[in-house]
Ligand binder design. Structure first.
Ligand SMILES: NC(=O)c1ccc[n+]([C@@H]2O[C@H](COP(=O)([O-])OP(=O)(O)OC[C@H]3O[C@@H](n4cnc5c(N)ncnc54)[C@H](OP(=O)(O)O)[C@@H]3O)[C@@H](O)[C@H]2O)c1
Length: 219
């Protein structure tokens, strides 16, 4: 599939780009700067080449990246995700749009806390910014960027998703299972996203306290 990552130059995007390239998907790295997108694209291609993989990756400005893709990942920090979408709203028609966006901040006592926007979750804020024809799925909030970027390691994680469009969730399930050996668990409608988003600050607090890199596995 043609998968674009807006903010595709950042931490969580790297592992997704590398793993989907390895699985044979066509990737578009989006950025506020076309030049930066192309520079980071070259870096991704070099990493893949060192693993003997020829990645099909192109760098573009965010608006062009969204327009060219079938699936669009919003890999942008929470405070800028919805405003970025608003600013390029015309680029969206009926694409599958995926939000991994976690509204999290660190308090003075060093605890990471779930701090959703007025809509109740980043997913609902992003949905309000998108045209009604776009099909939003919440996914990937609980994946750790560092482990994700180590593409030679299979990740035995569960990816909890939610959304209101069954076909869009089936597409996200397929591209997620293309990254071995993740299992997708569909939790239900998009309104459940706050619960999925809120797991991430819990994981980060556990990581800090126990000096580990936890993720999610339901047993
Ligand atoms: N890191 C993780 O482990 C992780 C795990 C799960 C979910 N997430 C979620 O994934 C999203 C991305 O996280 P990340 O750690 O990858 O973030 P990041 O590396 O800090 O930023 C990602 C990209 O966002 C773009 N960006 C930065 N400031 C922006 C602004 N003012 N307006 C528009 N774009 C801007 C930048 O791309 P350009 O400069 O190229 O435009 C940047 O490379 C977040 O919402 C986060 O909650 C992260």
């Amino acid at each position: 599939m043609k998968i674009a990552l807006l903010g595709g130059t950042g931490d969580i995007a790297e592992g997704l780009v590398l793993r989907w390239s390895k699985a044979g998907h066509e990737i578009i790295v989006g950025s506020r700067s076309e030049e930066k997108a192309q520079t980071i694209t070259d870096e991704y291609k070099e990493k893949l080449a060192s693993l003997g993989i020829e990645g099909q990756i192109t760098g573009m400005a965010n608006a062009d990246a969204a327009k060219a893709a079938e699936v669009v990942i919003i890999s942008i920090p929470p405070e800028y995700a919805a405003s970025t979408i608003e600013s390029i709203k015309d680029s969206f028609t009926n694409q599958v749009v995926v939000t991994p966006v976690v509204p999290m901040s660190r308090h003075e006592d060093k605890a990471f806390m779930f701090e959703p926007p007025e809509h109740g979750s980043c997913a609902l804020e992003i949905q309000a910014a998108l045209p009604e024809t776009a099909r939003l799925v919440s996914a990937y909030h609980n994946l750790p960027a560092k482990e994700l970027s180590q593409v030679e390691e299979d990740l035995d994680y569960d990816v909890v998703i939610c959304g209101d469009d069954e076909e869009a969730k089936a597409i996200v399930t397929k591209i997620t299972e293309d990254m071995p050996t993740m299992r997708v668990l569909d939790a239900g409608p998009l309104k459940l996203s706050p619960m999925i988003e809120a797991i991430t600050p819990l994981i980060v607090n556990l990581n800090v306290k126990h000096k580990k890199h936890f993720s999610v596995k339901f047993v």
